[in-house]
Design a protein around this ligand. Structure first.
Ligand SMILES: [Zn+2]
Length: 266
């Protein structure tokens, strides 16, 4: 049986329409893809190494911090030195002589550099530590809460009630006020696209307005134990939610940011 050409054309047009609809739906419901290697790498960096690279960058500003950190975090000392000497005499990263390093190793260093450039948590002094004054915190990301019903999606930073809390980055105030778990809480949509969550506040800064800008280091509020922290010691619950909806562990970043704020105040 021969299918009439008119019908075939119609079928083709219909298929294209369906295809376009699918593409349009995907574009509309697209959550930014974050490569699987990004956070394992960022979370693997030791705060001591990041701190060391920040200091090196300060004493030899010709070497970019991301070059330093990518090289130092990936290669053994001898290989790292050879490359850093080239950077010191202003040979661009793209023109480095990698000598006899395996191609896969070179690719890893390049990829790490790309991650550091794109996710700038470790860019010296771009972010700031949220608690002003002495504080205690440990890595409790993923710990069970409510008898295993949910996981801890942030870091708790402990200090006295009323201790000032500031914004770790510039952005826009997206959430403000009370919710059941967070109590008095502030949510900031950072300029980097991530959502930064400050919870259990004793009080929220009266300067904040929903939808308005907040800059790095500007007051968010003061430490307390509101919401589901009612019976716990005063602490700030700090969370980072990526633009794709995934909560990541803020602990390593907090360690580095704290060391920067200590350097500045010493
Ligand atoms: Zn918490």
């Amino acid at each position: 049986m021969k299918i009439p050409a008119r019908f075939q054309r119609g079928l083709a047009q219909f298929s294209i329409l369906i295809l376009l609809a699918v593409v349009a739906w995907q574009i509309l419901h697209h959550s930014p893809a974050i490569s699987a290697d990004v956070y394992p790498y960022l979370n693997s960096l030791s705060p001591a190494l990041v701190k060391q690279c920040t200091q090196e960058n300060r004493s030899s500003p010709t070497i970019l911090w991301e070059d330093l950190l990518a090289i130092r975090s990936t290669l053994p000392e001898k290989d790292a030195q050879r490359l850093l000497e080239q950077l010191r005499v202003q040979i661009p990263f793209a023109n480095l002589n990698w000598a006899n390093l395996p191609a896969a190793t070179i690719r890893t260093v390049q990829r790490h550099r790309q991650i550091l450039e794109q996710y700038t948590y470790y860019q010296p002094n771009k972010y700031t530590f949220p608690v002003i004054g002495p504080t205690w915190f440990e890595d409790s990301f993923g710990a069970e809460r409510e008898g295993g019903k949910r996981r801890h999606e942030g870091t708790d930073l402990f200090s006295a009630e009323g201790t000032p809390i500031v914004s770790i980055c510039g952005g826009r105030v997206e959430q403000l006020g009370w919710n059941r778990l967070g109590g008095e809480r502030v949510g900031v949509r950072g300029d980097d696209g991530n959502y930064y969550y400050y919870a259990h506040l004793h009080s929220i800064s009266t300067l904040l307005v929903k939808g308005q800008r907040i800059e790095t280091g500007e007051p968010v509020g003061s430490m307390g134990h509101t919401g589901d922290a009612l019976t716990t010691p005063d602490h700030l619950h700090f969370g980072i939610e990526l633009a794709n909806g995934q909560w990541i562990n803020p602990y390593p970043f907090l360690e580095v940011w704290q060391s920067w704020s200590e350097q500045r105040s010493s």
